[in-house]
Design a protein around this ligand. Structure first.
Ligand SMILES: CC(C)(COP(=O)(O)OP(=O)(O)OC[C@H]1O[C@@H](n2cnc3c(N)ncnc32)[C@H](O)[C@@H]1OP(=O)(O)O)[C@@H](O)C(=O)NCCC(=O)NCCS
Length: 242
């Protein structure tokens, strides 16, 4: 990756596409002992596979951006509230990343300049009760907008807002220690604005991007500062770790 690249890279894959036993063996060869334990803790084979592919996506994609570091050589640590970060300063790599998974989609975002959060959620329009959750995580005005929508549009709006809130919280690294209903999003076509006054932050400092991938909503959040008006280039594509 060029020094201080002003690009944010987003890559995703479908774990169900990855069936080649040689590729899967290669993934096992690159994970750390801790990661192996974490993967094997999942009982369902699909969950184990998804967790393995997540590790491989992180390692292989970072090595594509930084070819002098082999997939098995990446080291990670965690912030106080659990956000994984790279521990590669000694190897000269200072980059931010965040990972997300949902049913059959795994995605990663990487940037040298901006700390970020990424969230993907499968749009499950078969579970009517799902929309009830809006009462606990949406603001009153967001709920009022949702109530005006029906059918797939309602689910799409619900998951778009859900992923935006989650991506923002993942960028901060706080998890749910900040209540999602204190964060208010306004969508205008694909333009996103946010009111963060309830958590004493300035919404103008934040940028968001949205994608629809594999029947899922995906949102990216990064803090760029209101004074910095030059938006980064968003480079997004499918990527099979190999
Ligand atoms: C754990 C949490 C950070 C994300 O959970 P999630 O949406 O279920 O899961 P995602 O697949 O998007 O993200 C999980 C990944 O985020 C990363 N992560 C873990 N803790 C994190 C944190 N505090 N901040 C940022 N990223 C974190 C990890 O890489 C993790 O994947 P891994 O364990 O395979 O490495 C947290 O926000 C949470 O518990 N959310 C629950 C869902 C919810 O109620 N959301 C309300 C939104 S309106």
């Amino acid at each position: 990756m060029p020094a201080q690249s002003d690009t944010i890279y987003i890559r995703w894959c479908k774990p169900s596409d990855i069936v080649d036993p040689a590729l899967i063996d290669y993934y096992w060869s690159m994970v750390s002992d801790d990661e192996r334990v974490k993967i094997l803790r999942f009982i369902r084979p699909e969950s184990q596979h998804s967790s393995l592919v997540t590790r491989a996506l992180i390692r292989c994609y970072l090595s594509q951006l930084y070819p002098h570091i082999a997939p098995a050589d990446w080291r990670f640590s965690k912030q106080a509230k659990g956000k994984p970060v790279l521990a590669m300063q000694e190897q000269g790599v200072l980059a931010y990343f965040n990972v997300t998974h949902t049913r059959d989609t795994i995605a990663i975002a990487v940037s040298e300049r901006y700390d970020l959060g990424l969230d993907v959620e499968h749009i499950d329009s078969s579970r009517a009760k799902r929309l009830q959750v809006a009462k606990t995580v949406f603001t009153e005005s967001e709920q009022a907008t949702l109530e005006k929508l029906s059918g797939y549009e309602a689910y799409h709006y619900f998951y778009t807002l859900w992923t935006l809130k989650e991506a923002f919280l993942k960028a901060l690294g706080t998890g749910l220690t900040i209540a999602p209903r204190k964060i208010e999003f306004l969508l205008n076509e694909n333009q996103v604005s946010v009111d963060l006054s309830q958590i004493d932050m300035n919404g103008a400092d934040w940028q968001f991007a949205l994608w629809d991938v594999n029947e899922s909503s995906m949102a990216l959040a990064w803090q760029q500062g209101a004074a910095n008006t030059k938006l980064p280039h968003l480079d997004s594509a499918e990527f099979i770790p190999s």
